[in-house]
Design a protein around this ligand. Structure first.
Ligand code: CIR
Length: 262
């Protein structure tokens, strides 16, 4: 599986209602115009790698619907529609399903009224699928995912999400087949044994959520010491403003589904 090379991505325009999006701590209302400008830069960066980006229209009924990553897991063999653990976000998955069906030969669904899982808790590497339980992802959701991907040949490994962190991937990103960018607090759990790990610089934990997309790493602007580490390691970085999504606990991975449909 090529875990960072993709022909397609799906994004969704931030709705005006995003100013009412979920947040763990209120640090002020996002500026919608600035958020949309950052979002346009993000889409342009994905497109600049040669990928096709399906830009879905804003969904006003769902303030967090720009964070499309949480609605599905896209694998080479097919897509799996999630069951988001935030009640206000559950309907977003049903909104995404038809778009995945139009692109993929096979689309499966997490089922079970008590099973919850969000894409932000899932990191797909070259060899395995890592899933962290969180306030949004429970044991039933992980078990469902494990069952649904088994005949596609994927193994799921349950890992630790640091307390108080929204999603597993809030604290880590895949940089290439062997390398993970992670906070020290997450790496200390031992979940990345066997991978090369680059730590976020102290005080810059908020930039751990980046994405490798083809030849680029999309990286949130404003974290110069971690940026310089990644540049020194040879990655091609594109800095994207994330100040407004950060007010809603969103980062680079949350804003797209990335895949090569079967
Ligand atoms: C939420 O709390 O669900 C949104 N405000 C942020 C979702 C971020 N998504 C992600 O990390 N995959």
């Amino acid at each position: 599986m090529r875990s960072y090379r993709f022909t397609h991505a799906i994004t969704r325009l931030p709705p005006a209602s995003a100013i009412n999006g979920l947040r763990a701590v209120d640090t002020g209302s996002p500026d919608l115009a600035r958020m949309r400008a950052h979002h346009a830069d993000y889409v342009a960066a994905l497109q600049s790698t040669g990928a096709t980006v399906l830009e879905l229209p804003a969904l006003e009924a769902f303030p967090d619907s720009l964070f499309v990553e949480d609605t599905a897991l896209c694998l080479p063999e097919g897509a799996i529609v999630m069951r988001p653990g935030a009640p206000s976000r559950l309907g977003e998955a049903a909104e995404m399903a038809p778009h995945l069906r139009a692109l993929y030969g096979e689309v499966r669904q997490i089922t079970g009224a008590e099973n919850f899982i969000e894409g932000g808790d899932i990191l797909t590497t070259e060899t395995e699928i890592l899933v962290g339980r969180s306030a949004r992802t429970n044991a039933g959701g992980v078990a469902e995912l494990t069952r649904l991907v088994a005949d596609w040949g994927h193994s799921v490994r349950e890992v630790f999400t640091p307390p108080g962190v929204l999603h597993f991937k809030t604290d880590c990103s895949l940089l290439d087949a062997e390398t993970i960018l992670a906070t020290e607090r997450l790496d200390a759990s031992g979940c990345f044994t066997g991978y090369r790990v680059i730590h976020t610089a102290p005080g810059e934990e908020a930039c751990a959520n980046a994405i490798r997309f083809n030849d680029l790493v999309l990286f949130p602007a404003g974290f110069p010491r971690t940026r310089d580490k990644l540049l020194a390691a040879g990655y091609a970085l594109r800095e994207i403003g994330n100040s407004e999504c950060a007010k809603l606990d969103g980062g680079m991975s949350c804003l797209s589904l990335r895949f090569t449909p079967s």
